[in-house]
Structure formats: structure tokens, C-alpha cells
Design a protein around this ligand. Structure first.
Ligand SMILES: Cc1cc2nc3c(=O)[nH]c(=O)nc-3n(C[C@H](O)[C@H](O)[C@H](O)COP(=O)(O)OP(=O)(O)OC[C@H]3O[C@@H](n4cnc5c(N)ncnc54)[C@H](O)[C@@H]3O)c2cc1C
Length: 578
């Protein structure tokens, strides 16, 4: 790889591929296309290098580099109608490696049904679990912890992992009495909470030991795993915002005619300075993420014609799907009283020294409670009693995730924090989330609207998820160490009534940072969708999208594993077309 800090530093090369965004997906595509030595690849990244930010490397310091820092775009959502009109911070990374450089490193693949539903929705078998699984594995490099005290044994199933891919994945161990409680609870409540040997086996239902994108005590990201090992024909331009994609004529020149050949990018380093243009010999690939990708298409005149014209943007391609179908998961946080020891009360200075010495100790871990829970509700459970349709992709998919930890001292009480996540919004017709332009300036934030809790069943599922968490924590096993709710304090002193719960959701529920679908893939030849199953933007030439924005439905879990797999598959598709 070669890094360039300013557009004027670039060598005079006609690049074959220009990739917009050196994030999670963009880095994968750059590395894989660069395996063909006679291709020249340019990655244009708006942010800085991951190597310039120390906290990016240290798993235990990820909370220092989120929303509100220079490595983030610092988006704020539109007021959320169903959340008392609140606006929410919506983090998205602005750094090489993208969100994989500043996310929480949770590694979950989702369920096999999720991928099979994408295949059915897009009418392309290649996206189904049986095919995509080999690309999930292609991305993965299973890594043992470098701390001899951290044993992974029994916490994962080696048969569903690969030791020879790129992205470091571990099942990091942390000694804490809660580990036994989780295991014992699976014995006590095996029906609702079966023991899950490996949450990444395609059927994430039960309580299982989590996995993280770390290796040897360091964060593993698409920047460290892919870009750092890319060939020299991969060039990276930093600090440069692609402001529009433009059309070229058959000879590669600018054209006002509507040939719709969008192989040209316009870029800028600040709102006040000059712009530059570069033309790709073969293709421009947009990997700018689920907010910036639709924003860039809209700025370039590809999107809903009426919306564009209202802002004075000339519409070259009228595509009503651009920026629509955006969906995310919804989460809600609780605190339960406990006598269990705090998980994060270690001395930071000592821990940092230990990490710097040999990348071990508490900062070598992303989290200090490894277990994650996944619950699939029975068909006759409360949310479906009114005839509502199951929003999951099938019987291997959970409805909610239970995310545990940390245990911390809060206002003098020891509090066990637990989050309940509604993994799936009801159905396609309820995906009301959208990304729209606020102005025609590429330097202004677009309007980010996840439209959370649009349908009553979203709330019903979160309620049932909370009741499920209560059943777990009031089991014989847990009740010895975990008492009632502390956050929020129920008026009855015991639990929240349904009404109290719904009020609490309105004032505290948030998104889960797993937005997808804003440039959804649709079937070949369909009247909806932004890209076809070959990742090509509809009705134009020379332009593809590879990132989370093309994923039609949020998977049953955190999204990065799906993005890596999709980017591996897309690289293959692009390579095969030349
Ligand atoms: C705070 C947070 C925590 C998360 N935690 C987890 C987790 O623990 N586990 C998990 O699986 N998932 C997690 N996710 C989600 C996951 O990381 C993302 O879904 C995934 O990384 C998205 O990848 P992407 O390639 O679509 O986009 P990104 O990784 O966001 O990449 C987009 C890149 O494009 C660049 N860019 C954008 N616009 C332009 C432009 N116009 N010109 C040039 N460059 C541009 C950006 O700076 C960025 O580098 C988290 C997300 C966030 C925000």
C-alpha cells in the first residue's frame, strides 16, 4: 500500500478502479482487487489514517473514539416521532478502516435464515448461507489470545471458523463469577436459554460465549487486516472527501450528454478550497457507508427526481429507492442491582502499561462479560397474539439480543447493565427509515432518520425481550446475585408495568448502530432497489456500491461480519467481470 496525504501528491497514474471510502468494505475490495498486480487501485478516504490514532489499536479504549471525536462524522438523527421527538447521536467512523476501526469489535454473523432471505429477496442464490458462508470464512483468521491466562477452550466450535483468512477473530476469556451463572442458567432454563456452543454457527439462539475482532491483544480492522497487507498497486489518498460522481463521455472526458457513465469522481479537502477530478479506467466503487453512500448518489443526481429538483440538484437518473429502506435495530438499557464484583474497576494506568508492554491485561479485551444472549420467542408469545407477522427471516433467527455488561458502581450501588435489542423491524413495508439531503452541499449533514419503533410490534418485541431478561435474571441461579431493577426504578419497587416500560422506551430507547438498506440491492431487472445483485448501480455505467447500504435486511446480530462477507463476495464478482 502507498499512502498520500493530499490530492496533489498523487502520482500521474490512470487508476483502473477508484474506491470511495477506505472503510470496512472498501478496504476489503481494495485488497482483493489489488491481488491482480496489473490493476491500479486508488482508495479515497475522507478521514485520517488509523495509524495516527493510538486508541484505535487498544481494544479496551474503544469508548474514547466514538461519536463526538475527530474520527467520527458526528451525525445526529432527525427527531424520532415514536421516541418523544428525541434526536439521537448516530456514530459513523471517519478514518481508514471505517467503523471497523472504532466499533465495539463484537463479531456475530447472524442467522443462516438472514442470508437466505437476502437470496430470496434479491433472487440471487449467491447471497444464501450455503454460498456466502465460504466468504464469511474467507474473511476470518481465527486467532488465539496472546495472554496464556486467557483460554478459549470450550468457548467456540472450531469447525465453523477459519485460521487462514485476514480479519483477526478471538473468543477472549475474562475470569468473572458471572460466567458460571450464565452457564448454570442454561442448565436451569434450557428451554428459553439453551447453551450455545458457538454463536456463529448460523443459528444464534441461546446463551453463548461471544467473539471479538481482536488478535494478539490488538483491534483487528479492515485497515489492519486488509489495507496494511495490500499490494503496492493499492494507493490510498487520505483527508479527501468525494463530493460527487460525474459522467464521462466515451473518451473519458466530461460530458453534459446523458451517457450515464459515472466513472469520474470530484473531490475536495475543505469547503473553501479547490476541487479535483479523477476518472477511473474501469469503475468507481462507492463504499462510503450507509449514510454517505446514498448522500453521494443524491448529490450526484441519482435518486428521487422530485426530491433532487426541490434542492436544485439536476436529476440524471430518477431512482426513488436511493436513501429509502434504511433500517436499524432498536435497543433499550437497564440496570439491575447485584453483589457481583465490578468488571471495569481496574487501575487504568497499570492496565495501559501492561498493554503497552505485551498487549495483555484488561485493555486487551473489548468487553469484560463475554456472554451474549439470543432469544427466539415461541409463535404463541405475546407479540404475535394479535396476529402480527413474525419479522424474523426464519426459525433459526432470534427476535432479540440480550447484551450484558458492564457491572459498575452507580450512585453507590453495584449495577449489572443489560441491554435488550429488537433485532428485526416488522416487515419491509415498515422500513420507513431514510437518508435524504438537507442541502445540496456535500459538506452539510444529510437528514438521517432511522424511524425507530414505527410499528406496534417493534415495541411489543422489546417488551417481551425485557420480560425474557427478567426471567433469566430472576432464575434460581441469578437471583442469588442479581436483585431487582435499579435503572429505571419501577414505581412498584419490583418491575415495570407495561405502561411504565413503554414510557421508558420513549425516553431512552435508541438505535443499535447497525443501519443497512439505504441503497438496497434488488433483483435483476426489478423496478425497486439501487443496485442489482452484481452490485451495479441501476441505469448507469461504471458505478457499483459495496458496503452496508446494499444489505436489504439487518441480520440477527451486529453487522460487520456480514459486511466483510459481502465485500469478499463483491470483490469476486468484480474480478470475474474483467
Ligand atoms: C459506534 C459503532 C459501534 C459498532 N459496533 C459494532 C460491533 O461491535 N460489531 C459489529 O459487527 N458491528 C458494529 N458496528 C457496525 C459496523 O461496524 C458497520 O455496520 C460496518 O463497519 C459498516 O461498514 P461499511 O463498509 O458499510 O461502512 P464504514 O465502515 O462506515 O466505511 C465508510 C468509509 O467511507 C468513508 N467515507 C464516507 N464518505 C466519504 C466520501 N464522500 N469521500 C471519501 N470517503 C468517505 C468513511 O470515512 C469511512 O471510512 C458498529 C458501528 C458503530 C458506528
Amino acid at each position: 500500500t502507498q499512502l498520500f496525504q493530499h490530492p496533489t501528491d498523487l502520482p500521474a497514474i490512470d487508476y483502473d478502479f477508484i474506491i470511495v471510502g477506505g472503510g470496512t468494505a472498501g478496504a476489503v475490495v481494495a485488497n482483493r482487487l489489488g491481488e491482480t498486480r496489473d490493476l491500479n487501485i486508488l482508495v479515497i478516504e475522507a478521514g485520517l489514517s488509523n495509524e495516527d490514532v493510538f486508541e484505535v489499536q487498544v481494544p479496551g479504549l474503544s469508548h474514547n473514539i466514538g461519536w463526538g471525536t475527530i474520527v467520527d462524522w458526528n451525525y445526529t438523527t432527525a427527531p424520532q416521532t415514536n421516541l418523544n421527538g428525541r434526536t439521537l447521536n448516530y456514530p459513523r467512523a471517519k478514518i481508514l478502516g471505517g467503523c471497523s476501526s472504532h466499533n465495539d469489535m463484537v463479531y456475530t454473523r447472524g442467522s443462516k435464515d438472514d442470508y437466505n432471505r437476502w437470496a430470496t429477496t434479491t433472487r440471487d442464490d449467491n447471497l444464501g448461507w450455503n454460498k456466502i458462508f465460504s466468504y464469511i470464512l474467507k474473511a476470518e483468521k481465527w486467532s488465539t489470545p496472546n495472554d496464556p491466562n486467557l483460554s478459549e477452550e470450550g468457548h467456540f466450535d472450531p469447525s465453523v471458523h477459519n485460521n487462514n483468512g485476514k480479519l483477526g477473530v478471538t473468543a477472549p476469556y475474562f475470569e468473572h463469577p458471572i460466567n458460571d451463572l450464565f452457564f448454570n442458567a442454561t442448565q436451569e432454563l434450557g428451554r428459553e436459554f439453551p447453551h450455545l456452543q458457538d454463536p456463529n454457527n448460523g443459528r444464534p439462539i441461546g446463551l453463548g460465549w461471544g467473539q471479538a475482532t481482536t488478535a494478539h491483544g490488538l483491534r483487528s480492522s479492515s485497515a489492519t487486516a486488509y489495507l496494511a497487507h495490500a499490494n503496492d498497486n493499492v494507493h490510498i489518498l487520505l483527508h479527501s472527501l468525494v463530493t460527487r460522481v460525474l459522467q464521462v463521455d466515451a473518451h473519458g472526458h466530461s460530458s453534459d450528454s446523458s451517457s450515464h457513465d459515472f466513472r469520474k469522481v470530484e473531490l475536495a479537502t475543505s469547503p473553501n478550497n479547490s476541487t479535483w477530478t479523477l476518472t477511473a479506467k474501469k469503475e468507481v466503487i462507492i463504499s462510503a457507508g450507509m449514510i454517505n453512500t446514498p448522500q453521494l448518489l443524491l448529490l450526484s443526481g441519482i435518486g428521487p427526481k422530485d426530491e433532487l429538483e426541490a434542492l436544485g440538484v439536476e436529476a440524471y437518473v430518477d431512482n426513488p429507492s436511493v436513501g429509502k429502506n434504511f433500517s436499524d435495530q432498536a435497543s433499550i438499557i437497564f440496570g439491575f442491582g447485584t453483589d457481583l464484583p465490578a468488571t471495569d474497576d481496574f487501575d487504568q494506568v497499570t492496565a495501559l502499561k501492561q498493554w503497552k508492554d505485551d498487549q495483555t491485561g484488561p485493555l486487551a479485551l473489548a468487553r469484560h462479560i463475554p456472554t451474549i444472549g439470543w432469544v427466539r420467542f415461541p409463535e404463541d408469545s405475546e407479540p404475535f397474539k394479535d396476529g402480527s407477522i413474525d419479522p424474523t427471516a426464519g426459525i433459526n433467527s432470534p427476535h432479540v439480543e440480550l447484551f450484558f455488561g458492564p457491572i459498575e458502581v452507580f450512585e453507590g450501588n453495584s449495577v449489572f447493565v443489560a441491554q435488550v435489542v429488537n433485532l428485526h423491524t416488522t416487515s419491509r413495508k415498515y422500513f420507513r427509515g431514510s437518508i435524504t439531503l438537507a442541502t445540496s452541499s456535500p459538506f452539510d449533514q444529510p437528514i438521517v432518520d432511522p424511524a425507530l419503533l414505527t410499528s406496534p410490534i417493534d415495541t411489543a418485541i422489546l417488551l417481551e425481550g425485557f420480560r425474557s431478561a427478567e426471567r433469566l435474571l430472576s432464575s434460581e441461579t441469578f437471583s442469588k446475585h442479581v436483585s431487582g431493577l435499579i435503572v429505571p426504578l419501577p414505581s412498584s419497587g419490583k418491575t415495570l408495568t407495561d405502561d411504565e416500560y413503554i414510557q421508558y422506551l420513549k425516553t431512552n430507547a435508541s438505535h443499535w448502530g447497525h443501519g443497512v438498506g439505504s441503497c438496497s440491492m434488488g433483483p435483476e431487472g426489478a423496478s425497486w432497489g439501487v443496485v442489482d445483485p452484481n452490485f451495479r448501480v441501476r441505469s448507469v455505467k461504471g458505478l457499483r456500491i459495496v458496503d452496508a447500504s446494499v444489505i436489504p435486511f439487518v441480520p440477527s446480530g451486529h453487522t460487520q461480519a456480514a459486511v466483510y462477507a459481502l465485500a469478499e463476495w463483491a470483490s469476486e464478482v468484480i474480478k470475474r467481470s474483467y
